[in-house]
Design a protein around this ligand. Sequence first.
Ligand SMILES: *Cc1c(COP(=O)(O)O)cnc(C)c1O
Length: 439
Amino acid sequence: MRGTQTINEKGHLVIGGVDTTQLVEKYGTPLYVYDVDLINQNIQRFKEAFEPYAVNWQIAYASKAFSTLAMIQLVKEHELSLDVVSGGELYTALKAGFPASRIHFHGNNKSVEEIQMAIRAGIGAFVVDNFYELAMLEEEAQKEEIVVNVLLRLTPGVEAHTHAYVTTGQEDSKFGFTLSNGDVEKAIQLALNAPHIHLLGVHSHIGSQIFDAEGFVLATTRILARFLDWKDTFGYTPKVLNVGGGFGIKYTEEDDPLPLESQLRPVLETILAFCQEHSLQTPEVWIEPGRSIVGEAGTTLYKLGSSKTIPGVRKYVSVDGGMTDNIRPSLYGAKYEAVIANRADEPNVETVSVAGKCCESGDMLIWDLPLPTPAAGDVLAVFCTGAYGYSMANNYNRIGRPAVIFVENEKDYLVVERETYEDLIKKDLLMPEMVKQRS
Ligand SMILES: *Cc1c(COP(=O)(O)O)cnc(C)c1O
C-alpha cells in the first residue's frame, strides 16, 4: 500500500478516501487514478531535502513524466519550476497558467518553431544540447532582440546503475556535449561569445530509475573539476549546476531505492565541500525529478475479461487496456505489482500473467503475478503507473486513451476525459472524390 491507499470493510482498495470500485462504476475502465496527497508529499520531501543546506536551489518537475493541465496547475501551486521537452509540453504548461519564467526547455532536436515559441513566451532557460541548437538559438534570440538564459547539457560519461534502455549519461548517447573530448569547452566559448546568450550554467542527467547517490556524485565531481579549468581558461564560473532527475522509485518488491533525501544529500555535500575547498562561489543546484514525484501516486484500474490456461505452462488473464495505456512493460520490460481491487483483502492463491488487449504478443503488462483466483469482471489495480503511463499512451488498434482522475480527501475529480470513438477519427478526412473516381 502506497500513499493514502487502504482497504475498506468491503475488502475494496481505497485511494484518497475513495473506493476504487466506485470510481470504476462512475468513470469506467481503464482508468488512471492519481493520489494527490502522495504527489504533495513527494514534492514536500524534495523541498525539505534542500532545507538544511546553505545553497540556492530549484526543483523543476520533469513534465514529460505526466503532463496535463491539472498536473501542471498542481506543480504551480507548489511553486516548483517545470521542464518541458517539446512545443506540446510547453503549450500545455502555458495553457495551465504556469509562469513562463520558471519553465526550462530541454531536448536534443528542438525545432526552430519550438525555439521561437519558447522565446516569445519568455521562458526561464534553454537547456542547449548541441552546436546546431546553440547557433539557432543565438540567431532567433537576435531576431527577437532579447538575451536568453542557457544551460549547456553535458555528457559526463557516467552510466547510472539502471536499465540500459533508459540510460542517457554514457558518452555514447544522443544527448549533450561530451565532457571528455573538448566539445564542452568549445560550446562554452561559443556561448560566452554569443551576444544574445547568457550562459547561466551547466546541466547533466545521468539516467533514470537510479537507486543510489554514487552516479550523481561521480558525475557532479567530474563536472566540478572542470569548473576550475573553466575559471582559468575563460574566467567563467557557472551560476547554476543542474544535476538532472532520475531518482528511482519502488515499482515492485525487487526495487530498493534509497530515500530521496539520501540520494540528494551526498550530491549537495560534494558540491558544498568542493566549492569551499577551492574558494568557488557555490552554484545554485537544480534538480529535475519526474518519476519520483508522480510514479507511485498513479494506479491504473482495469476490468478483467477473458482468460486462457495452458496446462503446465501458464494462465493468461486479459485486461481491457494494455500497451496503449502502459507501454513500459513492452518497451523496457518494466515490472509492476497489482491486486484485485474489489477483493483486495483476499489471499493470493495462484500465479497468472496479465495480458493487454492489443494485437501484439508483446502486449503483456505483468508476468507471473500472484493473485486470488481472478474472475471476469474483477477490477485489477496496477500500482505505480503514474509516470510515463498516460504520457506515453497511444491509440494503437484505435483504442482511446483512458480518463484521468485525481482523488483527494474522499473526493474524485475528472482531470482528463476518456477519448471517444469520435475523438479517434476527428483528424481523419474522407477519401477525396478524385481518388474515388479513379479506382
Ligand atoms: C527524463 C528526464 C528527467 C526526469 O527523469 P525521471 O526519471 O522521470 O526523474 C529529468 N531531466 C531530463 C533531462 C530528462 O531527460
